[in-house]
Design a protein around this ligand. Sequence first.
Ligand SMILES: [Ca+2]
Ligand SMILES: [Ca+2]
Ligand SMILES: [Ca+2]
Length: 250
Amino acid sequence: MKTRLVAIVAAAVAVVSLAAQTPAPAPTSSASIPRYDVKRASSPPTIDGKLDDAAWAGAAPAVTLQFLWDSQTGAKQETRARVVWDAQAFYVGFDADDVDINARFEQRDDPTYMDDAVEIFINPDPKQEAHYYGFEMNARGVLYDYLNYNSRTLFKRWDATGVKIAASLRGTLNDRTDTDKGWSLEAAIPWANFEELSRRPPVAGTVWKANFNRWDGVQPNRRMSIWSDPQNAESWPHVPSRFGELAFVD
Ligand SMILES: [Ca+2]
Ligand SMILES: [Ca+2]
Ligand SMILES: [Ca+2]
């Protein structure tokens, strides 16, 4: 009996010491909210779709979108996104690897997310996690914009004013017989568009929340990639509580 007790105590000590040596598991990258420093541009980028401006060279290193849903069958083609700001506007630049560039929609508020498209969702008032602005832009530079009201309703009748968008293709559009290299897109969004959720433009130190997404490929082989993991089993990005942080800095 005594021998058995000693054995149990010895086993318990072994378990305790193992526990003491094993660090707590680090939070997975998918659970944490990413943060991006939005640097002030000394001169605004020229909105021509090409990311060769000094503003982009001075931006924080680009974020790379993640592939989270392996049930999707489209190719995993990388997308990088950067943001800068100045007194006039919010500027976003996307750079997309793409061997087959396709985009059909040509009119404002067409469902550009069905094309090769990049998206940014912007919440200028992170105290609330329901309302935000959506900008979904295809490889033609066509904009589908809306105010997201809640998880079931968005107002596409909302149209941002003064937005400039341009895309630049490294390849051919809607010609599937060749091999493309990719495309890039720039957008300038004047601050007045965010007035209802942020009365004043950001200053250094302001934090907004946002997510970047890309829809890529041709049905049935489509794939979404995303910056901040919405923690959904399905590729549904409209989860403002899971947006990453955009920290405006000088
Ligand atoms: Ca440019
Ligand atoms: Ca609209
Ligand atoms: Ca092509």
